[in-house]
Design a protein around this ligand. Structure first.
Ligand code: ZN
Length: 557
């Protein structure tokens, strides 16, 4: 999720050279490093299993519970970092039936383990905690616990904490590169609230004090920020989808009074599944199923329990982000958030600095879904339309190791970069193979953005390093600078990084597009156009053009 759509976004027009403003340097704190780095107190252990039990008390907005953290020792150590955000309180930590001493440093706790931690050991530490967690300010973007009511006045509780971190409501290793292999999520709610969390429901246990525990179990690795509480008065319906990897359960949890609307709107989930399995490969979580759960916030890619708050209408809260009308053909939240099951959940960034791996591809999936519904031209029109939302304010890739996040351009510019790369490759079968290959090669893994870039270059057989560098690390859109004199086209790239050599398609004759290979050096080629004014680039490439009246004095080769 995390779409910033508040901008009165400047239309992308011709850039004077270096026109984009350089961002002010960002400063980071000790707490940012504790949150975002693979600290020595994290690096020595690998999470195997989280056994999370939380009782939720909407009456006073408090929670209490424990997490049993089972881990493998990678190398011997004594001090262990476990994250739980202020103002929550750790009551105790226990290992082998003995209390473990710990100190607090803001949102991080450092436990001093008494028992020896030998490499290869599998051990468990249980963290008991309670308190009044941070309430969400503007979920899902500014998240935390969401204490809401539905329209009928029933209590409705949810969580949304991407970026902020799962440790806003439960103790864990709040570091993206380490996912548990499986997880229990046992949530206790006052009756008659029903909790829908991730994975499959294994048990419902009523208690004498008019509360009930809903025990959900996730069998495959999961992002900690995807673990969610969604508790309210839900209706439930389901279907079995005949997918690429066999029968897939698709379960839908609208609020009770939205059942009919949901039965109508959520049929889109099946065409989404068909389209994305064809482009990305099998849905990554057959064992844990697919779910859409209505939430008081707009949406989030909560793995196997996708949060839905788009009011059962098409578009993004009724709007079309592409300004073409095509975005109203489908429900933005069903499509965008579900795409994250492949890009974000199956393939997960190790550091938030590489969030384009989630959002660039999820944005791009909107284009592919439009293509599935309305054809290739429509898909292209959609993604090109979203260029109006690009700001080029800051680089997309942010600073590593401090839980930093790059520009919101990771969405529209990320999608347009991928659409441009599809044009460079110029072979849709190969492109589909790359998208599917990413999902099979990095299945259920965390990755660096570099791994994704290297994979695409290798499989494409094209060195795309400069393309990624230009679009992900600068705010400059490549400018195709050209002049036409008589029947000679003079052209080059400007406003690009050194060595930028992306090919582009242009109408050098009346018979259609030809591939040109501009560099920073002026080149010349003959053109055969009845009317030179009709010269243009293939607009599927996200670049700008600058027409010079006369060729440069020295035109090189
Ligand atoms: Zn997203």
């Amino acid at each position: 999720m995390r779409s910033w759509l508040l901008c009165a976004c400047a239309l992308v027009g011709p850039l004077a050279s270096g026109a984009a403003q350089e961002p002010t340097p960002r400063t980071f704190t000790h707490a940012d490093t504790l949150r975002g780095a693979d600290t020595p107190q994290r690096a020595w252990w690998d999470v195997i299993f989280y056994d999370l039990h939380v009782a939720v008390h909407p009456a006073d907005s408090t929670i209490a519970g424990y997490n049993g953290i089972t881990y493998r020792v990678l190398r011997p150590a004594r001090e262990m970092q476990i994250d739980l955000q202020v103002p929550l309180i750790v009551d105790s930590m226990v290992q082998d039936g003995r209390r473990v001493s710990f100190r607090r440093d803001g949102n991080a706790f450092f436990a001093t383990l008494g028992a020896p931690q030998r490499a290869g050991d599998r051990r468990t530490i249980t963290v008991y905690y309670h308190g009044k967690p941070r309430a969400a300010v503007r979920p899902p973007w500014d998240g935390g616990l969401i204490w809401a009511q539905d329209s009928a006045g029933n209590a409705w509780v949810a969580t949304a904490n991407e970026g902020l971190g799962a440790s806003v409501w439960w103790p864990n290793k709040d570091y993206l590169a380490d996912e548990p292999d499986s997880q229990r999520v046992a949530i206790t709610m006052p009756d008659p609230m029903f909790d829908v969390s991730n994975g499959r429901l294994r048990g419902v246990t009523p208690h004498p004090d008019s509360t009930t525990t809903y025990e959900w179990f996730v069998m495959r690795p999961i992002n900690n920020y995807d673990i969610a509480i969604n508790a309210g008065r839900y209706a439930h319906f389901s279907t079995i989808y005949a997918g690429e990897a066999g029968p897939l359960t698709m379960d839908f949890w609208p609020l009770a009074y939205h059942r009919e609307a949901a039965e109508r709107q959520f049929t889109q989930a099946q065409s989404m599944m068909k389209c994305f399995e064809s482009w990305f490969g099998p849905y990554p979580w057959y064992e844990d199923g697919y779910k859409l759960v209505e939430t008081p916030h707009l949406g989030m890619e909560h793995q196997t329990a996708v949060a839905y708050g788009n009011h059962y209408g098409n578009g993004y809260l009724g709007r079309d982000l592409s300004h073409t009308g095509l975005g109203l053909l489908w429900d933005f939240i069903v499509v965008h958030e579900s795409a994250h099951e492949w890009f974000g959940n199956n393939i997960t960034m190790q550091d938030q600095a590489d969030m384009w791996v989630h959002e660039g591809f999820a944005n791009y999936s909107e284009n592919l879904y439009t293509e599935c519904l309305a054809g290739k031209q429509a898909g292209a029109q959609y993604v090109i339309g979203t260029r109006q939302n690009i700001r080029n304010d800051r680089p997309i890739v942010a600073q590593y190791g401090v839980n930093d996040q790059g520009s919101g351009d990771m969405y529209y510019k990320g999608g347009n970069m991928l659409h441009t790369i599809r044009q460079i490759i110029g072979d849709d079968a190969k492109w589909r193979g790359i998208l599917r290959g990413l999902n099979s090669t990095f299945r259920h893994q965390t990755v660096t953005g570099q791994q994704v870039q290297d994979y695409i270059s290798r499989e494409a057989g094209v060195d795309l390093r400069k393309v990624f560098e230009q679009y992900l690390t600068t705010t400059h859109v490549p400018v195709f600078e050209y002049a036409i004199v008589d029947s000679t086209l003079t052209f080059r790239w400007s406003d690009v990084i050194a060595g930028f050599d992306m090919p582009v398609k242009a109408t050098v004759s009346d018979s259609g597009f030809t591939v040109l290979r501009p560099t920073e050096t002026w080149q010349r080629t003959a053109i055969h156009l009845k009317d030179p004014v009709t010269f243009h680039l293939d607009q599927n490439f996200y670049v700008l053009t600058r027409h010079d009246a006369a060729p440069p004095p020295q035109t090189g080769r």
